[in-house]
Design a protein around this ligand. Sequence first.
Ligand code: ATP
Ligand code: ZN
Length: 752
Amino acid sequence: MGEHKAHSSCCSQQPHTAHHHDEMSHEHQHTPAKHSCCHGSAPIAMTDSPIPVSNGTQAVYRINNMDCPTEEALIRKKLANIKGIVELEFNLMQRILTVHHQQAPLADIEAALMAIDMAPEAILPNESDNVADFRPVIKWKQLAIAGIMALGAEIVHFMSGPAGLVLLLAIVAILLGGLGTYKKGWIALKNFNLNMNALMSFAVTGAILIGQWPEAAMVMVLFTLAEAIEAKSMDRARNAIKNLLSLTPETATVLQSDGSWVEMDIKEVLIGSTIRVKPGERIALDGKIIAGQSTINQAPITGESLPIEKMTGDTVFAGTINESGSFEYKVTALAAQSTLARIIKAVESAQGSKAQTQRFVDRFAKVYTPIVFIIALGIGIVPPLLFGGMWFDWIYKGLVLLVIACPCALVISTPVTIVSGLAAATRYGILIKGGMYLEQGRKLSVLALDKTGTITYGKPQQTLFLALGTLDELEIKAIASSLAARSDHPVSKAIALAAKEQNIAPLNVSNFTAVLGQGTRGEINGALWFLGNHRMAEELGACSNELEKTIEGLERQGNTVVMLIGNQAVQGLFAVADTVKETSIEAIAQLKSLGIKTIMLTGDNAHTASVIAAQVGIDQVKGNLLPEDKLAVVSELTTSDVVGMVGDGINDAPALAKADIGFAMGAMGTDTAIETADVALMDDDLCKIPQFIRLSQSTFSILVQNIAFALVIKTIFFVLTFLGDTTMWMAVFADIGTSLLVVANGLRLLKK
Ligand SMILES: Nc1ncnc2c1ncn2[C@@H]1O[C@H](COP(=O)(O)OP(=O)(O)OP(=O)(O)O)[C@@H](O)[C@H]1O
Ligand SMILES: [Zn+2]
């Protein structure tokens, strides 16, 4: 029992059955994996790598040999029979496999991975941040020598030189250039998996068997070269995001306890430290200005290149650029937790979630590859066998087909394209939380928008005050503003601010409550007071026809009206008005031209909402909505349309989650928006939405171009091979050429 305890505390919070446990510790003794969490008595770190962690029910592994979808297929197949695995999550870009499991024997999993040459290294889930630094090891020199040897073999063969020399050169080239491919191909075959490596191994072996040594060498070397170049391009796409981190300087000037300023590594700067920033310097950490002022260019995070004035009390962000002044600020987050760091993390994990096209391509490759293999086999065997063709010719044709059939270009170009798109979006200040949203964006047909803070600035100002009851004007204002001061709803803020400007001192409020969608209430000097909208007045039975007329009149001019209610009577009326953002008008126009219907969903009254909608050109308006009403409207829309929803407040959260794509506004500096929205817009410029849609469109067209291009080239080659004389050389070049072209096409997005 003591054993059991140690085990479950190490592996998982869930209790294991005794039987299950015995099985695991037994298994472990045979596993070649160097480290496993499921040690009988106590976890021991046997190597320099950390103790594997199955965090609750997930185990995270870094697998350096895993960077290609064919390898994912291989791993899925190999692990398919292990009980207890709930889900496998692949992040090929980061080479990370997350196993979601329920008491699955980790030792078995690790052993299975070792068996297919995918040595797993257990890491902590949050350690995955640091993993991206892994770079593919490409032995360029070795590859170059192999290339020269292969070329030499071809030349000597062409000039009818000594056969022994040809053989020697070719063998050396194959050994230098192709052992890795052979190894991978063999492992794949053993596991009944026909991947590119297996196809190439077949082609090369076939060429050797029919005595085409120089061809075999050349095919192998070129294929390895192509793989290397692809790995590099993949790296480029991957690093486009990582490079964002280089936006932050490595050091900052930090105030010491003795009053001196010292340049420190930002990783060592603690929360609460004071940092000094010179003009032109990049800001190293998130913080709040405590002295001085400046204009700051936040383009690296928001994509908005107009610099912003900042002064004492304002927030500054790591990675942004201080333009003119100099100032001091207090650090509010560690380097690893800055807004920028979180953005990068979000985008990196977004790469793990697969876009539809990618899934399609993977599935396609799975069916396509074996079919092609059988066709190639048929072409190599059937004509000579049945129709008296020349054995050598047809086998050779079959091998050429094997080479050209390689689905490499298709498989590799999709993730490169998606990642490039995600990286490009990040540069505009659009944070996309998964490839599927980037892909879906172009399908949006309806966009629902919140009003306050999304279309308008969300900073209304008081425009009118009316004393309606028996009380003194100042008293009404004092009571109303005291309630308002307790709330951070924009309408309340406007009322509180107006009172403050008139030097009206706030009173003591007890039992304060916010009434969602209506207003607030609280006790002042023993009496219960309400500050809220028309709905609230109705519920309190304090409304009248006359009052309604007044309210409606104000609302039709774009005001939002709230009333102070006490003693069953309305005592005072406050009107506040918000202004529309310039960018909202532009954004709605752009959305229209993209063919997207817009609908405003607001908790505010329908009259005011219509006035605002007319100002920006929104098609349809729904007012007086409670959060659950917003959710219901979005639900209803999703039955017939692909629906996006933009919002900024908590009252939008349910609707954001329900929409096909939820956009959160002004995500900079707010944790929840970055972490929960599907797409987070770093500032509150609505024009980012049409921009996102256009990016989605170009991403999609590049995906389609690539798939079409690859298939056309392959078809042409197929026909040529069947009819006439194509050589393996040509096939390899065509295949590599296609791969490189489609990858380059995908990387094009980075420059958008
Ligand atoms: N704390 C509050 N203080 C004052 N008025 C409030 C408060 N809460 C709600 N109200 C009133 O109720 C209305 C609806 O509020 P709600 O928060 O649901 O939507 P909103 O913020 O006005 O608009 P949107 O849904 O566009 O963000 C407000 O317009 C306001 O008149
Ligand atoms: Zn009424």
